[in-house]
Write a protein that binds this ligand. Structure first.
Ligand SMILES: *[C@@H]1O[C@H](CO)[C@@H](O)[C@H](O)[C@H]1NC(C)=O
Length: 378
């Protein structure tokens, strides 16, 4: 409490000082240019308003942080009216306010001892992130490191094994990468399996990377930078690295250390959920791949936001690759194909095929593999 007060005072003093400085600067420049200007009092008023608003904000903040329950302070705040698109966005997609929808989790996450080791609570962090609380608030504690990390990290993105000692295994049932591989060879932790991915053509639904590169080359389009959405252990990025293409991978740690695995392969893991706005600027990527994670389980409105955000980050002439997107057959025709069609992309490849595993047969699902090219200019 005393500490918070002190910090607030410090912030206040710093803020007032900056404002006075800028006021001084403002008035001196104004004086030198237009000595009779009427705008000086206006500027002064605006500055004072800012200072007052900030003081009010700080005071309110202090009431919130010192109340015993975060929940009570939240439930008493009135709901201003929002534009409907923003409302939708804040439900499906993270804005900072989504954190407030889970006061119990947030409260737990922020209950730690400052300046010491952080609690082992990466599960809690991910639970909040998946509920749209992203970015998470910062904390002032030291994240834990594995007890005996190895210094010999692989240079090759396809190492024969990953160092177990570079992961904190506490929250997982498995305590080694080998265990994960034995548990399920399809999770992405079996090096022998991963090295074969994206290279062979077993059905029309496959798009081997050499073919992808050929297509781009034939269209006079260079592939240098890409994003793999929901890319698991980063095998697509690993393969593309061999072809000198830089791909970053969004991945979550759902029941296994996917982020660590990507990083241990010398690739960039982005710990962002599917509903997060991509942390890239507009029109900068040559390629976006949506793997298995992007499928009919995503609420439709959210998927629309996702595709439009993909469009945002792709450059003109860039490629969107839907790799084994699955949905019910009837929905593909009536819902997803029209949704994808709205983007106005050129269909370089568009192949559908029955999903023949148990779930696929039960639900009448199909796969779609599509390579789509964004218009060169809009
Ligand atoms: C990737 O770059 C390296 C170094 O410039 C080069 O030796 C290699 O041939 C390139 N690989 C491919 C597949 O282009």
């Amino acid at each position: 409490m005393g500490f918070t007060m002190g910090l607030n005072m410090l912030l206040l003093v710093a803020m007032v000082a900056t404002n006075i400085l800028s006021l001084y600067h403002l008035s001196s420049t104004l004086q030198s240019k237009t000595p009779t200007s009427q705008s000086v009092p206006d500027q002064l008023l605006r500055q004072l308003h800012t200072i007052r608003a900030t003081i009010n904000h700080l005071t309110r903040l202090q009431h919130t942080t010192t109340s015993t329950s975060v929940a009570t302070s939240i439930s008493t705040t009135s709901n201003p009216t929002f534009p409907s698109d923003l409302l939708l966005y804040s439900q499906l997609s993270p804005v900072a306010s989504s954190c407030r929808n889970h006061p119990d989790l947030l409260h737990k996450y922020m209950s730690y001892t400052p300046f010491t080791l952080c609690p082992l609570d990466s599960d809690l962090a991910e639970a909040l992130i998946l509920r749209g609380c992203h970015p998470l608030p910062r904390r002032r504690c030291f994240s834990r490191t594995p007890p005996k990390p190895t210094s010999s990290l692989p240079q090759n993105p396809f190492p024969s094994s990953l160092p177990d000692s570079s992961v904190i295994w506490n929250k997982y049932t498995c305590k080694s990468f080998d265990c994960l591989k034995r548990f399920n060879p399809n999770l992405g932790f079996d090096p022998a399996h991963e090295i074969t991915k994206f290279m062979s053509y077993k059905s029309e639904l496959d798009l081997p990377i050499p073919q992808l590169l050929q297509i781009a080359k034939a269209a006079n389009s260079v592939l240098r930078l890409g994003l793999d959405i929901g890319g698991g252990t980063g095998t697509f990025a690993a393969r593309m690295k061999v072809y000198n293409v830089t791909v970053v991978t969004t991945t979550m740690n759902l029941a296994a250390p996917y982020n660590e695995a990507v990083a241990l392969r010398g690739l960039v893991p982005l710990h962002v959920p599917l509903q997060q706005r991509f942390p890239m600027f507009d029109g900068v990527l040559d390629l976006v791949r949506c793997g298995h994670a992007v499928n009919r389980w995503i609420p439709l409105a959210m998927m629309e936001f996702l595709f439009y955000d993909v469009d945002r980050v792709l450059r003109g002439g860039g490629y969107l690759w839907l790799d084994h997107f699955f949905s019910k057959e009837v929905d593909l025709e009536k819902v997803y194909a029209p949704l994808i069609g709205k983007l106005g992309y050129k269909k370089v490849k568009w192949v559908t095929g029955k999903k023949t595993d148990t779930g696929g047969l039960k639900n009448g699902e199909v796969y779609l593999t599509a390579l789509l090219q964004k218009p060169v200019s809009r």
